[in-house]
Design a protein around this ligand. Structure first.
Ligand SMILES: C[S@@+](CC[C@H](N)C(=O)[O-])C[C@H]1O[C@@H](n2cnc3c(N)ncnc32)[C@H](O)[C@@H]1O
Ligand SMILES: Nc1nc2[nH]cc(C(=O)O)c2c(=O)[nH]1
Ligand code: SF4
Ligand SMILES: [Mg+2]
Length: 216
């Protein structure tokens, strides 16, 4: 059976987000997204892409030779063939991360994948799309991320973290400033003030390379 996916790009870089930040990582970026977060830094993945067979994607990942692989997008869970891709990557002994917007069910993601689930805050313009049942499926292997564009977003993230007891239900809760929308120092101060057991997450790749650079 020749399964395929529409892919924007496959490349190796330094993982810039999540608890894996700093490690060499291969990124497989799937095309298309049904959200339009106001601050999205990857709008080119909405449309730019080409169909690739799973066998060819796996060969490209193997060729890059990095054991850590992140599936992202766009919204990776919009293409159902992403599920067998993740299973085959696990079968080949890769550590697999999935970066998802939180609005599509994670129920069918193969066991063993580290699911990094965004909860979109009001400043994204997409908070109404959250699939809340995803939070009930979290395990210590999974992580949750809030991208915070202003103080109201911070209050929202704080409320969701507390209401759903996220600090105890998953491996890490990340509060990340939306790039150029809130200063890291302000978010750091808010986190410290609140005494929340969450991590300040800065997007490392935007400090290492030009913030607008692609394929990093
Ligand atoms: C481009 S998205 C692709 C995966 C999926 N659609 C999602 O939103 O999680 C990858 C990650 O980048 C984050 N991101 C996108 N634009 C950002 C920005 N301007 N500042 C901080 N994080 C951003 C998203 O919140 C998400 O966690
Ligand atoms: N270096 C780097 N790390 C990342 N972690 C998650 C990313 C993403 O776009 O999903 C990302 C990305 O785009 N680049
Ligand atoms: S869900 Fe992810 S890819 Fe889609 S618009 Fe939001 S940040 Fe961008
Ligand atoms: Mg990115």
């Amino acid at each position: 059976m020749s399964l395929a996916l529409t892919i924007t790009e496959i490349y190796a870089s330094i993982q810039g987000e999540s608890s894996f930040a700093g490690q060499p990582c291969t990124f497989v970026r799937l095309t298309a997204c049904d959200l339009r977060c106001t601050w999205c830094d990857t709008v080119y993945a909405f449309t730019e892409g080409r169909k690739q067979l799973l066998d060819d994607i796996l060969a490209e990942v193997r060729q890059l030779g990095v054991p850590l692989v992140e599936i992202t997008g766009g919204e990776p869970l919009l293409q159902k063939n992403v599920l067998p891709l993740m299973q085959r990557l696990l079968d080949e002994a890769h550590t697999v991360l999935l970066e998802t917007g939180g609005h599509v069910s994670i129920a069918d993601v193969p066991v063993g994948v580290h699911r990094i689930v965004d909860v979109k805050c009001p400043g994204s313009g997409e908070s109404g799309r959250m699939h809340w049942a995803n939070l009930d499926l979290l395990t210590p292997r999974d992580e949750v991320k809030f991208v915070i564009a202003d103080r109201d977003d911070f209050e929202y993230a704080r409320e969701v973290t507390a209401t759903h007891d996220l600090a105890h239900r998953c491996g890490a809760v990340h509060f990340s400033p939306a790039w150029n929308r809130v200063a890291p120092a302000d978010l750091a101060a808010w986190i410290l003030e609140s005494r929340l057991p969450v991590r300040l997450q800065l997007q490392q790749h935007k400090y290492i390379w030009e913030p607008a650079a692609r394929r990093v």
